[in-house]
Design a protein. Structure first.
Length: 291
């Protein structure tokens, strides 16, 4: 763990902004920014924030305020999956496996108190994580990319058109190729091509890919490919590598520019409307599958 991570913890009263830590744009890439500092920052805009903005500016403001932000079991396991695959040494330091799975039991509660500063996994969750890790290790290309990549580096840049500062935190960056590779790990129910394509639309992975590729071009002044490592969360823990197609990236880029224009306008007007700012009425667009 970096010296910065030892100094800055989520429990502290004040966490420096990323702009301050990057000396207001003098630096653009750092390997030593703790995950907690990255996610607590509000000086730069993330993909998660842009997703909320495209829903409505009001939802973006609620996101910034932390309203309704609560870690779900799926989110907890997703974070643990990233840690197990990308930073196994840190995973061993931060996570511990409980002897029982019943969180209502006295044994669990006693274990929880004894491990108050660690993240506790149930035995079933640990089995899942080890199954995922083994499956990925058997995928030749996926294992090689994880081994060769720069893990969890934080990048900042300022958008030239709007002046908005943006941030990204790629899972793994492989820069020793003619075209760089940005690898992103996604836990999913179904990693088959058809199912993962649907998930990519539903979870707006197109926006993420477009934002990350633009940031990488701005910082490194070179092209990157965006590749998903999709890993299933149940036996047999199937995994697959998928490159982001041009149609996906084009849609993501359009939505990225739309989100930045909206954010700029909201900041200038200090107005953060919800779905129907004029209080009007719209005809519901009935889906084709229900006709």
């Amino acid at each position: 763990m970096s010296a910065l991570a030892e100094v800055i913890t989520p429990e502290e009263m004040h966490i420096p902004s990323l702009l301050a830590l990057f000396n207001h744009g003098e630096w653009h890439c750092r390997p030593d920014i703790p995950n907690e500092v990255y996610h607590a920052d509000r000086s730069c805009v993330s993909t998660s924030g842009l997703k909320q903005l495209l829903r409505s500016p009001a939802h973006y403001q609620a996101y910034l305020d932390g309203t309704n932000r609560k870690e779900t079991p799926a989110m907890f396991l997703g974070t643990a999956t990233h840690s197990r695959l990308l930073e196994p040494a840190l995973f061993e330091h931060e996570y511990v496996v409980a002897p029982v799975g019943d969180k209502r039991s006295k044994e669990w509660k006693a274990f929880e108190i004894a491990n108050a500063h660690r993240k506790i996994l149930t035995p079933d969750q640990f089995v899942t994580l080890e199954g995922i890790a083994y499956s990925v290790s058997q995928h030749q290309s996926a294992a090689a990319l994880l081994q060769a990549g720069l893990i969890e580096h934080t990048l900042l840049w300022q958008d030239e058109d709007t002046g908005i500062w943006l941030k990204i935190r790629p899972d793994s960056l492989c820069i020793d190729y003619g075209t760089g590779i940005c690898l992103d790990v996604k836990k999913t129910v179904d990693a088959s091509p058809e199912a993962f394509a649907r998930a990519a639309v539903n979870y707006e992975y197109d926006l993420q890919a477009a934002v990350y590729l633009e940031g990488l071009r701005m910082v490194f002044q070179r092209d990157f490919d965006f590749i998903f490592l999709a890993v299933e969360e149940s036996v047999p823990y199937g995994c697959a590598l998928y490159g982001a197609p041009s149609e996906m990236l084009e849609r993501g880029q359009r939505r990225f520019r739309q989100a930045l224009r909206t954010l700029k306008a909201c900041r200038e007007s200090d107005a953060w409307p919800s779905y129907q700012p004029q209080g009007d009425l719209a005809l519901l667009d009935w889906p084709r599958y229900a006709r």
